[in-house]
Each structure stands twice: as structure tokens, then as C-alpha cells.
Design a protein around this ligand. Structure first.
Ligand SMILES: [Cu+2]
Length: 201
């Protein structure tokens, strides 16, 4: 009898655990480091505090990125559609922090956002100094490799290449980082599930 009881306790424990967040939670929850000196694509100062009460889906990239960032933002657009379908519009925000202080000016971000229909995303940029601090605080590796030539079939095209960490950081309504999704191929359904759970907390 005792054995059965302890076995069912273990099972209960496992079931509870499977309800946990789907991303990488190592080192979290952790207070999200302050973000200072950055501006939004509307040219307004950006602060995490102004989004208190909303769940934040944060990614890092640059608008000239040929492959990685377009993949990530395409997935995040799916996340956006599903969250909105489920009735959570306004309860979360998707934030794109630039890794390219050289080219990602406010004007460039605004144009990119409009051209690609990322209407509800918030693009954020700033000086190299201010951005570097954010990359460091959020463990985002950034290395500007300048212009590189890439073959596309018979054509050689020039791309501005910046190596950078591909990931999404999820911040809860109280400003704590809860988890991260690493890599560019994002699990849309898992992110949606977790964000909805965090909205309901
Ligand atoms: Cu990129």
C-alpha cells in the first residue's frame, strides 16, 4: 500500500512537471535586466516598465538579416495570429531588439515594419553603447562581419552579415524572465501555450 502511495506521488509530481513551461528554464525565473537608452520604431523611449501587466516575447536581430531573422519573425507572426485568435490581443507584446546599431535606424525599422506587415511588433534600436549593454545583459552574442558575398544559384549577392544568437526570451507580467526558446526554428504551439499560461497567471 505504501509503495503504491509513493508511486502515485511520484506520478503526480511528474504530471505537474509536464505542465511546466516548454522552453529552456535554466537560470530562470530571473528579474529581467533594465533596458535603458533605447528607442522604439516610433522614436519613443523604450522601457520594460511601460509593458508591465503584459507578457513579452522578445527576440534579437537585424533588418538586413538574409535568413535567420526572417525565419524567426515569420514564426512570431504565427504566434501573434494564434494568440489573437484565442482572444489575447493586447495582453502580450512582441519586441524585436536590434543587433545592428549601424543600419537599424528608427526610420529603417519603421519602413521594415510597414513593408513586412509587422504592425503589432515593437522594433527597438539605439546607440552601439546602449545596445551592447542590453545584448550583454540578455546573453545575446553579436558579431558584425561586414559585407559578405553569398551565392544564390548563379548569382552572387552581397549581404550585410552579423552573427547573432537566435532566441526568444519570454518575460512575465511582473518583469521576470521565465524561459527562452533557442534557435531559429521556433515551436509556435509551445510558445502560444506558455504565453497563454503566463497571461492567465
Ligand atoms: Cu538575423
Amino acid at each position: 500500500m505504501k509503495k503504491i502511495l509513493s508511486l502515485s506521488l511520484i506520478l503526480l509530481f511528474l504530471v505537474n512537471f509536464s505542465k511546466a513551461l516548454e522552453g529552456s528554464t535554466k537560470g530562470f525565473p530571473k528579474k529581467a535586466p533594465k533596458i535603458k537608452g533605447l528607442v522604439t520604431d516610433e522614436g519613443k523611449p523604450f522601457s520594460l516598465e511601460s509593458y508591465k501587466g503584459k507578457v513579452l516575447i522578445v527576440t534579437y536581430g537585424y533588418t538586413h538579416c538574409p535568413h535567420v531573422c526572417p525565419t524567426i519573425t515569420a514564426y512570431l507572426k504565427q504566434v501573434e495570429s494564434k494568440l489573437n485568435e484565442d482572444g489575447y490581443k493586447g495582453k502580450y507584446r512582441i519586441i524585436f531588439i536590434s543587433v545592428d546599431p549601424k543600419d537599424d535606424t528608427v526610420e529603417r525599422l519603421r519602413k521594415y515594419k510597414k513593408e513586412h506587415g509587422f504592425n503589432d511588433f515593437i522594433f527597438v534600436t539605439g546607440s552601439e553603447k546602449a545596445l551592447k549593454k542590453v545584448w550583454n545583459n540578455y546573453n545575446v552574442y553579436v558579431k558584425d562581419k561586414g559585407i559578405m558575398e553569398m551565392k544564390h544559384g548563379n548569382m552572387v549577392m552581397k549581404h550585410r552579415m552579423i552573427d547573432h544568437t537566435a532566441k526568444v526570451t519570454i518575460i512575465d507580467k511582473n518583469g521576470n524572465i521565465r524561459e527562452e526558446f533557442l534557435g531559429m526554428y521556433l515551436p509556435v504551439d509551445k510558445i502560444v501555450k506558455d504565453v497563454e499560461e503566463l497571461i492567465k497567471e
